[in-house]
Design a protein around this ligand. Structure first.
Ligand code: BGO
Length: 715
């Protein structure tokens, strides 16, 4: 059995190739960093060939989790060969990694991918000359069109180690590397001498620790590096970067040519508009408005109305009631099934049509390439405020579910930026919060098309403004890490992909309704039906009401200080869908206040003012996420203290923002009067403005470095 490793830059086409040759179904995405694991499979044509798909990387330095995973795997020398997937439309950038792979001592075959696109763009690459210049086999291919793929694998399956298959740099550098290799002597295997010499020259800490060199060796090597740095008048890492690029320049000159006047592609022309500095954000706002309008207000709402009114408002309860009656089920059990499970789970499932439309629209935006433009646009904006552009990717992911969103922050190498991203990511409205948005928008603002999308923009604004304020504190100060992202050409969405993504996301929502929400509904029904002495009582005397009344005063200044809203909010900690499930169970019986089977809507309208309802929505949007997401935050933060800081910040911010909204909204729109809480809200509002706009106090770099060291040593 042989094993080959697929290695390449993010977006070079590794996953496409891996899926094609192994028949697996890994997600092909157009932004980096969504997965940082490696995957393995077997070649369909030859089960004796094992294929490892490594995370996309730009270099083999040990800075990012992806680089460390790829590097550790390669250095453990499990792979017999590397199939280096090179994006032919971006040769110079991709060859930077190639130069390093060639130095590992593992045989390399270059899979020159995206040749279909290169041809379309008028970019010509002479594969023979490239192979000659790199002294290693090169196979032109297209993973998208399945051209040259088998040949590349066959080549990788046969390739053997041969000496000198590595880039040769300028004489002075080569002399230094040669001397370091001599000092290393027998410390490393001959095949790896070049790799270790280069890494030691770069002062790669992981390598020095791994080799545990003698004091004498370390001193000698440091002297060689110091002399070379003097000769080049640059630090050793920069010397190597420059040498690699001048090597690549020579290679590219030899084998690459472009048609003189490549016309701007359609993608370029679209990008000029959608990523335009002035137009990008209004266009994005318009697009998201349309998505929410379709999902929440129109197309999706028709489906939800039918499910709520006909399916769960009539058919399921009536047929089920008749069935339960017919088989003489005990009244308490009938009550549990109809008023607990059907009311709770049904209230949540009612929103599936709206969710499906939303997922469908988001998948189309993702699949055609628009969302990666938004990541690019947001990167520009984030950087202006000193935030890492990489933070936006987890936030995009979090629109599906906060947990993978939190996990996607792993790719941010700067510890402070990563912690901040983990803390802020769940402000994005995930699919579980969508039913709350739909409920409040539908029940209180049926004629306004802005309420639903405003939830999305509130989430984003909370992230950006929190980022600005937090970056000015010592805990998070520092320059953001650079973020490189390829923008793939637009293409028509692939219907199969869109449907699959829509289905996957929709299905995980339905599964949750059948598990967590099911159990929670039973629990809530039980607590609403019985008192602490386990006697059946009116809901106002139930366990739930007693507990709710203890918590409710906390929410009174936000306009929703009755026990039902308090209980709904707390149950949302288990899963956000529970907010709806709880309302479904609590308000189902109050049908006198409503018509058309819209019990929950009617009861809500009777219980809260529109401004209070909006404050409720904002609170639930921004406050601590569900327990599962808090667990993910705990894992990514790595300690309890930081988890508490995150959850405390989220809940505190949610409370303050909702308080301001209610206190002012109530006075402006509902004729409320100025009171003590309005003064508190004003004070908090001014404090927030101060934290956002105050001048940044520059923390001296030395202190920041010290903090990094302290934070690092705590781990
Ligand atoms: C999107 N030719 C062309 N033209 N495209 C290719 C080829 C090829 O040979 N190989 C891959 N791609 P990954 P990593 C996309 O997903 O396999 C495309 O990171 C999009 N998606 O289809 O994920 C491939 O594993 C929306 O493009 O690479 C994918 O190395 C708009 O390159 C991208 C445009 O492939 C990255 C492209 C929602």
């Amino acid at each position: 059995m042989r094993e080959i490793a697929l290695v390449g830059n993010p977006n070079s086409g590794k996953t496409s190739l891996f899926n094609l040759v192994t028949g697996s179904n890994q997600r092909v995405g157009n932004w980096p960093g969504v997965t940082v694991d490696r995957k393995e499979g077997f070649w369909k044509e030859d089960k004796e060939l094992k294929i490892q798909d490594l995370p996309g990387i730009y270099s083999l330095s040990p800075y990012t989790p992806e680089e460390i995973i790829a590097r550790d795997y390669l250095l453990a020398r499990q792979a017999d060969a590397i199939l280096n997937i090179v994006d032919g439309t971006n040769l110079t950038r991709n060859l930077y990694l190639t130069t390093q792979l060639l130095e590992t001592g593992i045989p390399v075959v270059i899979g020159l991918n995206m040749m279909d696109l290169a041809e379309k763009n008028g970019q010509q690459i002479n594969a023979d000359k490239l192979a000659y210049a790199l002294n290693t086999p090169v196979v032109p291919m297209s993973a998208l069109k399945n051209r040259g793929v088998s040949k590349a694998l066959k080549e990788a399956n046969q390739v053997a180690y041969h000496e000198d298959a590595y880039p040769v740099y300028s004489d002075r550098l080569e002399a230094a590397l040669g001397e370091i290799a001599t000092i290393l002597g027998q410390t490393v295997a001959e095949r790896q001498a070049r790799w270790y010499a280069i890494k030691l020259f770069e002062r790669d800490i992981r390598v020095s620790q791994e080799l545990s060199l003698s004091q004498f060796q370390t001193k000698e090597i440091e002297e060689i590096i110091a002399i070379t740095e003097k000769i080049f008048d640059e630090d050793s890492e920069s010397i190597l970067i420059n040498e690699r690029y001048s090597f690549i320049e020579g290679v590219v000159k030899l084998c690459y040519s472009e048609e003189a006047d490549i016309k701007a592609t359609l993608s370029d022309r679209i990008d000029r508009i959608v990523t335009n500095r002035i137009l990008a954000l209004p266009i994005f706002a318009g697009v998201m408005w349309l998505v929410y309008y379709l999902a929440i207000q129109t197309v999706g709402a028709m489906g939800t109305d039918w499910v709520n009114e006909v399916l769960f408002g009539d058919w399921v309860p009536n047929y089920l009631a008749a069935g339960l009656e017919a088989v003489n089920v005990a009244p308490w059990l009938q009550n549990l099934i109809l008023d607990g499970i059907v009311a709770g789970v049904g209230a949540v499932l009612g929103f599936v049509p709206q969710l499906l439309v939303l997922f469908f629209c988001l998948s189309i935006l993702e699949d055609c390439g628009y969302m990666s433009r938004i990541a690019f646009v947001m990167d520009r904006i984030f950087r202006k405020f000193g935030l890492s552009g990489k933070s936006f990717i987890p936030m995009l992911v979090a629109t599906g579910c906060g947990i993978p969103g939190v996990m996607a922050s792993r790719t941010i190498e700067n510890e402070k930026d990563r912690r901040m991203t983990v803390m802020l990511t769940t402000f994005m409205p995930c699919s579980a919060k969508l039913p709350i948005i739909a409920l409040i928008a539908g029940a209180f603002f049926p004629t306004s098309s802005w309420v639903a999308p405003s939830a999305y923009f509130i989430g984003m604004t909370a992230i950006v403004l929190s980022g600005i304020a937090l970056k000015k504190t010592r805990l998070f100060a520092g320059d953001p890490a650079p973020f490189i992202m390829e923008l793939p050409a637009y293409h028509l969405p692939i219907f199969k992909n869109v449907l699959r993504q829509t289905f996957d996301r929709g299905w995980s929502f339905v599964k949750k309704a059948g598990t967590i929400i099911f159990v929670s509904s039973i629990l809530i029904w039980f607590m609403m039906t019985y008192n602490f002495q386990l006697q059946e009582v009116a809901e106002g005397d139930s366990i739930l009401a007693s507990l709710g009344r203890v918590i409710a005063p906390i929410f009174a200044p936000l306009g929703f200080g009755n026990w039902q809203a308090a209980v709904a909010t707390i149950s949302g900690l288990i899963a956000k869908e529970n907010v709806l499930g709880t309302f479904g169970i609590l308000f189902r019986n109050i049908s006198e206040v409503s018509e058309n089977g819209q019990e929950v809507w009617g009861a809500l309208q009777a219980a809260y003012t529109p401004v209070a309802a909006y404050a409720f929505l904002v609170f639930n949007l921004l406050c601590a996420p569900c327990f599962a997401a808090i667990g993910a935050i705990r894992r990514e933060m790595g300690d309890f203290k930081w988890t508490m800081i995150a959850v405390g910040y989220q809940t505190g911010l949610a409370y303050i923002v909702s308080l301001i909204i209610y206190q002012y909204g109530h006075i402006i729109f509902e004729g409320g009067s100025f009171n003590l809480m309005t003064i508190v809200a004003t004070g908090l509002f001014l404090a927030m403005l101060y934290l956002i706009f105050r001048k940044e106090r520059k923390v001296p770099q030395a202190i920041m470095n010290m903090e990094d060291i302290i934070v690092g040593s705590e781990k």
